[in-house]
Design a protein around this ligand. Sequence first.
Ligand code: UDP
Ligand code: MG
Length: 346
Amino acid sequence: MHMCNFCSTFAAAKVFRNNRTLVKNMDISIIVPLFNEAESLPKLYEWIARVMKENKFSYEVIFVNDGSTDDSWDVIEELKIKNEKLKEGIVRGICFRRNYGKSAALYCGFKAAQGDVVITMDADLQDSPDEIPELYRMITEDGFDLVSGWKQKRFDNKLTKNLPSKLFNATARRVTGIPLHDMNCGLKAYRKEVVKNIEVFSEMHRYIPYLAKNAGFTKIGEKVVQHRKREFGTSKFGLNRFVNGYLDLMTLWFLNKFGKQPMHFFGLVGSLMFFIGFVAVLIVGSMKLYALSNGVPAMLVGVNPYFHIAILMMILGCMLFLAGFLAELVIRNSPSRNDYLIKEEI
Ligand code: UDP
Ligand code: MG
């Protein structure tokens, strides 16, 4: 059949339009990391599904079972079967062989997510799904890359959670330069591009906004969210999270500042120490020579404490310099040494 140019273009446009309707993007992916939260899951899912339906969102819920030893996975399987009958949204599940931690669960959830906006929330019903529509709006309409929840009124133990958390957040604000009140809030919303371009590992889930900022996603917002008492089970994080959290913050800060050029830190500190030690040795030596030439009694250089301090400074200076140099050699071999996030090209 012959088709004129105009007709064929029109036909193509139609197919294209049809294709576009066929591959309509998914609005929201909700990632729920969980460890032994079987009792909370049915209520949480029902609540999410209700909010999604009321707001006519297309969505998926990705439950990441972080090695639970209770019935959590059975419950997720049941939810999936129940959901398939309803034909609303999609339920997906990822089941770890053992407990790897919340960061690992989020990492796998982020990899799997397909929605334009990705929401993370805890499984213990402490975060409210009613917040999702506004979080979605802030990403899609206000243009935020990331919106973090702020549990302004917390329903946790005051002494073990609320107070240390205030101190933790004050430190995190200073170090990261991100003015968030609740950096570690489990309820967060992200533009899809953000989660596909950051890598959460170890226990870095506490600092995802910092990871995002370091990757170049700087429009970070905050929304006051409702917080609820834990209905079932117990908290999975003890007081050691503050020690680990502090160390992780230092690691991230250091990596961000000197991760690509360690010599700028080790080389500088090492050189400075060596220089101070060298000058001190010169002073100790010349004072001894001066004393000898003038016949003044002076202690042996070998028993002079300043001499030992100076030598120690020179040795430490050399070691630091060498550490920086070795780190530079390691980075040269890193596969990500030339990974840059390109925003757009014309
Ligand atoms: N969680 C997880 N893996 C872990 C620990 C916790 O997936 O190793 C999940 C947990 O099931 C919950 C969320 O992370 O959905 C937050 O944990 P929790 O409520 O215990 O923290 P808290 O609210 O007490 O800070
Ligand atoms: Mg909780």
